[in-house]
Design a protein around this ligand. Structure first.
Ligand SMILES: [Zn+2]
Length: 245
């Protein structure tokens, strides 16, 4: 059998079904029950070759590249789905002011004594300023939207936390607290709204049943589009350079 890609076979003792996986790094694997014969595995892979190639092509050519933020004057960052540019503002004295954002420009105050300082040091201060600003902005904005959708749904979390999470956009505890990923502050507003609605609805349904989705749909009809956006673009939302997904 000639296939234009390699794949690895992962055998699992208790597995009853077959799952094909194509990863963003271009690796293809197939999870199979322990005793499935190699010829049968090959046949299964061959029968899905078209789908696999489509996926591989997507990851190689169409998937949006991750956007690593640049903490420098003129550096590019994201905010609410908008690519934005950092502009430094050297501040003579007093308590360092907060960054201000308007028209895709984030004005970041920096102590004047760093004006000719080493760029590594400036970078650290910018990063600190931007991350505090992301967090405080997220706290205000997310809280506001929780009130808006909470009223529509008649659901109110006991507590909301904003955390920087690797693999989830939000979570809801059995005690009625929700957590939202800080990285959402980089996403468009309609995506933030979707995640908030999703987690609020978990206060009633602790699952992804059809009842859950119909409750989501009652206040957020485009949820399929939002889920797709997150699947395709979630990895581009990086708060720092080390924040690789
Ligand atoms: Zn969920």
């Amino acid at each position: 059998m000639q296939l234009p890609f390699d794949y690895s076979i992962i055998r699992r003792p208790r597995r009853k079904t077959v799952t094909l996986r194509v990863s963003p790094d271009g690796s293809v694997s197939i999870l199979v029950p322990r005793h499935l014969r190699k010829t049968e595995v090959d046949r299964l892979v061959l029968s899905r070759a078209h789908w696999i190639e489509k996926k591989l092509n997507y990851f190689q050519n169409e998937r949006p590249a991750a956007r690593v933020p640049e903490f420098a004057d003129g550096g590019r960052i994201q905010f609410l789905g908008e690519p934005s540019t950092i502009r430094l503002q050297f501040q003579q004295r007093g308590r360092l002011k907060r960054p201000e954002w308007s028209d895709s420009v984030l004005l970041v105050p920096i102590p004047k004594k760093y004006q000719n300082g080493p760029s590594e040091e400036i970078k650290k201060i910018i990063e600190k300023q931007v991350s505090v600003w992301y967090r405080t902005t997220a706290e205000h904005l997310f809280a506001e939207r929780i009130v808006v959708f909470g009223k529509q749904l008649g659901l109110h979390p006991r507590r909301t936390r904003i955390r920087s999470m690797k693999s989830r956009w939000g979570s809801c505890s059995s005690g009625g607290s929700i957590a939202l990923n800080l990285r959402l502050i980089l996403a468009p507003q309609w995506i933030i709204d979707y995640v908030i609605v999703h987690e609020l609805c978990h206060l009633t349904h602790a699952n992804h049943s059809s009842e859950f989705w119909s409750l989501v749909g009652s206040v957020y009809s485009d949820f399929r589009k939002a889920r797709k956006w997150l699947r395709q673009n979630g990895h581009t939302l990086l708060l720092t350079g080390e924040d690789k997904i």
